[in-house]
Every structure is written in C-alpha cells, then in structure tokens.
Design a protein around this ligand. Structure first.
Ligand code: NAD
Length: 377
C-alpha cells in the first residue's frame, strides 16, 4: 500500500494517440477525483527528442526522455504507463514491475498468449499494482449494463452480439503503419478492436469464452510503405462464434474496412426476461427491454447520466453528457485509488490473458478452416 497523501510521479511511454489520451487523463484526474492520490506528470517518453519535447509542452509534462529504460531507477517515477505499439508492452511492463513501479498497460496486454502469461506471473509476484487499459469498462452505460446483468434484470443471458467496426483502412492507398505488421501488432483488427470486444463480453457476462470458431480476412494485401509497396501481414476483418462456460453463444464481428463506420462498437445481450443494447456512438445511452407486463413491453432508453450511475458523480449534473475521453480519466482514478488502498482493480493482467486466449483460439480456428477451438479459459 502506498501512502495516500504522497504525490505520485507518472511517466507515459508513447506520445501519439493513446499517449495524448492518457496525458489528458493524468492532467484531469486530481480535479475530478480529488479523493485519489495526486499525481505529478513527470516524464513523457518518445524516441525523437524534438517531437517528444513538443508533445510534452502541449500536454503538460515536466520533462521528457528518449529511452524508457532511463525511468527504471528514478525515485521520482512511481507509475509507468505504457502507450506504445503492442510488441513493446511486455518488455516495458516486465522491466517496470521488476523495478518496483506501478504499471498501466494499454490494450491488448501483449501480442501473444505466452507474453501475457509472463506478465500475469510478474504482476502476481510483484508488490506493485498493475492495470490493463480496457477503457470501455469505464463507460458509465457499460458499467451499468454489467450491474443489470449481475442483478438478473434480463434473466439468464443466452445470446450476445458484438461488433466493432471502423473504416480507416477502407482506402487501399491508406499507408502502412505498425498496426499492419504482424511483428509489431501481433494481429490486425482482431487484437486491436477484437480485444476490446472480447473483454466487454467477459466483463458484462462475468464469465469467459471457452470455445471459439473464427474466420479472418485481409482484403488489401499490400499497401504503400515508406520504402515502396509493403505486404500487409495481419487481418483487416474477423468474424467469430464464441461460447461461454454457461452456454451463452455470441457473435463477434470486427473490421477496419467497414466503409462508413468510424468507431462503431455495438453490443447486444439477450436474456430470458429482457435484453440490453449499447452503441458507442451514443455512449450515454443504454437500451433496456424487459418482458413481463405487455402494456410496457418494449425498449426504454436510459440516459446514463444520473449521479447514481457508475462514474457519473465525478463529472457533471444529470443530462450533461460524457464522452470517450472521460473513460481514461476514470480509469486513472480507479488505478490511483487501488494503489492507495490495495483494493482490487480491473482490468487485471489476467483479464488481458483471458482475452488474448480467445483471440488466439479465433486465429487457430481460422487456420483449421473454422473448426471449434478451445480457448484454454
Ligand atoms: N484503449 C483504446 O481505445 C485504444 C485506442 C487506440 C490504441 N490503443 C492501444 O494503445 C497502444 C498505442 O497505440 P496508439 O494508437 O497510441 O499508437 P500510435 O502509433 O499513435 O503511438 C505509438 C507511440 O509509441 C511510440 N513508440 C514506439 N516505439 C517506441 C519506443 N521504442 N520507445 C518509446 N516510444 C515508442 C511512438 O513514437 C508513438 O508515440 C496500442 O497498444 C494500441 O492498441 C488503445
């Protein structure tokens, strides 16, 4: 347990998309969650000195470093927040835990089941706290959905549908990035958006996927790279049928070539006495249908902005809607609270391993022509 009155020094590794989102969270967390330990935004890390310097000035960091290893023996760094491509997650997080730092890792936990297992073991052996950044767990409507499922409000869940669709790769001329190379990303949309989707299924249902069958497709096999045309070595889209231990069957569909869809995470849960529907593009809303009284049967849309709803009290009065970025601040708050109290915090590295096992089973199933494959969960 860390002295809750001590101000904690934070370093973020990576300063682009997630580096910016997490910087915003570290900057705001003390203002909106005043009960958690305060933080000092100590060091932003990137390989290019000029670029990381510019980002640090924009985002409010006290200093910069060009090698994440320089953080390890610094007494003024308590938390290392890993916002790099996936192939670096395990290396940085393992070193950080070994150095006694608290560690936050962006999703997916790592690029392979073996790396995830190593991280789970290291986290278990460490007295430091660790957290995996499945930030959608802090969307108030999804946290409420979990509560309603747990409370039995829709009966026994039998079916689920999850799709997560984007279109930034629809254009065949969209350039190569680390996300399209197996050696840096591990997989394509499967690890990128599929990891979020599988984690939501685990989170909402409170149980794991034990069997999966899947299909992957790369629609654009080559893209313009910095040195000419380059082969795309990961999937553009993936489909899977997932089975849980209790018998829930879920369909999963993820794509980065779904023309017209920007960041469309849609979740539907169907239970014996009701159902729940969520759409990230309307993230303040949760649609609940309860069977029973025929006069009131039908969908009701809950505006999830009441102080009684998860996470909302920290923010604005009812009806003053929240956005995607609030999830990262709430995530930082939960992590800081856990550091100060030793209370459990999710998503754990075990949660990351459980999701990775499902993704690996989908890939293995695809390689065998779509056969049903055990996940090991
Ligand atoms: N939670 C979410 O919704 C969400 C959304 C997007 C990305 N992500 C995850 O966040 C992570 C980062 O993705 P991103 O979108 O920010 O990618 P990005 O390409 O925008 O940024 C990656 C950053 O890592 C830095 N980097 C690369 N190698 C480095 C090294 N050796 N040392 C220090 N810095 C290095 C790059 O300079 C860059 O700043 C990935 O794991 C990704 O899956 C999560």
């Amino acid at each position: 347990m860390t002295d809750p009155t001590r101000t904690l020094g934070v370093a973020v590794v990576g300063y682009s998309f997630m580096g910016r989102a997490h910087s915003n969270a570290w900057r705001n967390v003390g203002a909106f969650y005043p009960g958690v330990p305060q933080v000092r935004m100590q060091t932003l890390v990137g390989r290019d000195e000029a670029k990381v310097g510019q980002a640090a000035a924009e985002l409010g960091w006290a200093g910069t470093a060009t090698d994440w290893r320089s953080l390890l023996d610094r007494d003024d760094i308590d938390i290392i927040d890993v916002c790099t491509p996936g192939h670096l997650h395990a290396e940085v997080a393992l070193a950080a835990l070994k150095a006694g730092k608290h560690v936050l890792v962006e999703k997916p936990l790592a690029n392979s089941v073996a790396e995830c297992e190593e991280l789970v073991a290291a986290a278990a052996a460490s007295s430091s706290r660790s957290l995996l950044g499945f930030n959608y767990r802090r969307v108030p409507a999804l946290a409420l959905a979990r509560e309603l499922v747990r409370d039995g409000r829709i009966g026994t869940v039998q079916e689920a549908r999850i799709s997560y669709l984007q279109d930034w790769l629809s254009d065949p001329q969209a350039p190569m990035t680390w996300r399209l190379r197996k050696e840096t990303a591990g997989s394509g949309v499967l690890g990128d958006l599929g990891s979020h989707a599988v984690d939501q299924l685990h989170y909402l249902l409170g149980e794991h996927v034990t069997q999966a069958s899947g299909t992957l497709r790369t629609f654009v096999p080559q893209r313009p790279g910095p040195d000419g045309t380059e082969a795309v070595t990961v999937d553009d889209a993936a489909w899977a049928t997932l089975h849980t231990a209790s018998g829930v069957v879920a369909s999963l569909e993820v794509s980065r070539v779904a023309t017209g869809r920007k960041n469309a995470l849609a979740i539907e849960l169907y239970g014996t006495t009701g159902s729940l529907r969520f759409d990230l593009e309307r993230l303040n809303e949760l649609v609940l249908t309860e069977a029973g009284d025929a006069r009131t049967a039908g969908a009701s849309t809950i505006l999830v902005t009441e102080p009684e709803h998860p996470y909302v009290e920290a923010w604005w009065p009812a009806g003053h809607v929240l956005g995607w970025d609030h999830t990262f601040t709430s995530q930082a708050a939960d992590f800081l609270r856990a550091i100060a109290t030793d209370d459990p915090v999710h998503a754990t590295f075990e949660d990351g391993l459980a999701a990775q096992r499902v993704l690996a089973a989908i890939e293995a199933s695809h390689a065998r022509g779509g056969t049903l494959t055990d996940t090991g969960n």
